[in-house]
Design a binder for this molecule. Structure first.
Ligand SMILES: Nc1ncnc2c1ncn2[C@@H]1O[C@H](COP(=O)(O)OP(=O)(O)O)[C@@H](O)[C@H]1O
Ligand SMILES: Cc1cn([C@H]2C[C@H](O)[C@@H](COP(=O)(O)OP(=O)(O)O)O2)c(=O)[nH]c1=O
Length: 213
């Protein structure tokens, strides 16, 4: 059996990751492939429970180190129980956020540093990296309007952090993409959902299987 593929979508809140991850999974299924659509933090019962603890923390919230450990623990369960087995059985795993979110949010914006986040990942998930990572990028004005329509005034412990935190997150993703151009593709997230989907397909085209006649 051929090994599957692993693709992650990254970027700040409201860039269109969930929308585009869903469309890519549908596209792959249309080509006769098995696609597993999943998300972080989450994807398994244990990781979904940790997601609640992270986004709606009890008490006064987590210290930076505890927060990074919880993300790494959720990822460890997700990789061991869902991502790795799915890749091994030949599926395409499409993941809405993955390690690079921890690098950008906890490592850069949260100031824990890249080495510490990578160390946790080496222990928790044996360093598993995606074959390709799509970073969606759009202007703050654009995204604010989308988020208002999606969430109203609702926010969570991380989405609700100040503008400078989110600016650091966005510039971290850009830096990662330029440091590792073989794995990352930056995609313009502005325009219609279909326009962005076509850009995603174009960026991944060398990996994608041919349409069957
Ligand atoms: N290209 C687009 N143009 C307009 N609205 C969009 C576009 N892509 C997504 N949206 C909408 O914007 C909101 C945020 O998109 P979503 O996919 O949830 O982003 P993310 O997962 O990055 O937070 C959703 O309400 C979604 O329907
Ligand atoms: C996976 C991951 C997410 N996060 C944050 C980013 C988001 O604020 C939140 C996940 O919420 P989510 O609803 O998935 O994000 P979005 O609004 O982009 O759809 O958790 C981290 O801080 N570190 C991580 O490793």
């Amino acid at each position: 059996m051929t090994k599957g593929r692993f693709i992650s979508f990254e970027g700040g809140e409201g860039m269109g990751k969930s929308t585009q991850a869903r469309l890519l999974a549908k596209f792959l299924e249309g080509r006769g492939l098995k696609a597993v659509l999943t998300r972080e933090p989450g994807g398994t019962p244990g990781a979904e429970a940790i997601r609640q603890l992270l986004l709606h923390p009890p008490g006064e919230g987590w210290e930076a180190e505890a927060e990074a450990l919880l993300f790494a623990a959720a990822r460890s369960d997700h990789v061991a129980r869902l991502i790795r087995p799915a890749i091994q059985e030949g599926s395409w795993v499409i993941c809405d956020r993955y390690l690079d979110s921890s690098r950008a949010y906890q490592g850069r914006a949260g100031q824990l540093g890249d080495a510490a986040v990578r160390q946790l990942h080496a222990i928790g998930s044996h360093g598993l990296l995606p074959d390709a990572t799509i970073v969606l990028s759009a202007s703050a004005d654009h995204v604010q309007e989308r988020l208002r329509a999606r969430d109203g005034d609702e926010t969570d412990a991380i989405g609700g952090r100040d503008d400078s935190y989110h600016l650091a997150v966005n510039s971290a993703f850009e830096a990662f993409a330029s440091e590792e151009p073989d794995r990352f593709r930056i995609i313009d997230g502005e325009g219609t959902v279909e326009e962005v989907h076509q850009r995603v397909l174009a960026a991944l085209s060398p990996m994608l299987p041919e349409a069957r006649p």
